[in-house]
Design a protein around this ligand. Structure first.
Ligand code: FES
Length: 226
């Protein structure tokens, strides 16, 4: 894999970047996934599956190369499969931040810095990631190819802010020390279970649930409900 940090955006014409593979073909596992997605839509409406199929491309790239991204040849394969003009697939792939258009590291660190996460300490999480990876700018990949850092807007988990998304998993209630420990575990190939790093039960208050702590009914309540 070409190190994405070696190539500057705009340095080469679109589609001719040196890291772009010449061809992309769906493998058997992807074909099984594609069949499931296409079956959701009536005949003639298969173009509605463009987002899932782009994700199939990205997942196959992760499985086969170790880097989750969508090459130009993958977009063209999706366009051919869905009988869409390639430009329409390019438009979708370049609109959504979740599709990586260049090779990325093994672990994609997606740091939420929107207001709730910022108020809860995302600056410290960002600093810890920079310190542990040596990455200075957003979108860059570490020299060892292990990490890519991306700044993201709210990922919808503010209740357990700040959030560090790693590949497809959310690590919540982060701080500098927890971030350092998480990145060390990722480097060792032993990621901990996703969720709250403070041990909180889902999004319950710290210290444990404070409401609905028993399923016991008040006298007569069950009979009335029936
Ligand atoms: S602001 Fe970070 S998850 Fe909402």
């Amino acid at each position: 894999m070409t190190d994405a940090a070696e190539v500057s955006p705009g340095e080469f014409p679109p589609g001719q970047e040196p890291y772009q593979p010449a061809r992309f073909a769906f493998d058997a596992e992807s074909e099984d996934e594609i069949a499931v997605h296409l079956a959701k839509y009536p005949p003639g409406r298969q173009a509605s599956a463009v987002i899932p199929l782009l994700y199939v491309v990205q997942t196959q790239m992760k499985r086969t190369t170790g880097s989750a991204w969508v090459p130009r040849a993958g977009m063209e394969a999706v366009a051919a499969r869905l009988a869409m003009p390639p430009i329409r697939v390019f438009e979708v792939a370049t609109f959504y931040l979740m599709f990586n258009l260049r090779p990325i590291g093994k672990w994609h660190l997606q740091l939420c810095t929107t207001t709730p996460c910022w108020l809860r300490g995302s600056d410290a999480v960002v600093a810890a990631c920079r310190e542990a990876t040596g990455i200075e700018g957003w979108g860059e990949t570490s020299a060892d190819g292990m990490f890519t850092m991306t700044e993201v807007e709210c990922v919808g988990a503010c209740v357990n802010a700040p959030i560090l998304q790693v590949n497809d998993d959310f690590y919540e209630d982060m701080d500098a020390d927890r971030t350092r420990k998480l990145l060390a575990a990722l480097r060792d190939g032993t990621p901990p279970p996703a969720g709250s790093m403070a041990g909180r039960q889902t999004s319950a208050p710290e210290g444990g649930p404070m409401t609905l702590t028993t399923l016991a009914f008040a006298p007569g309540e069950q009979a009335d409900a029936g």
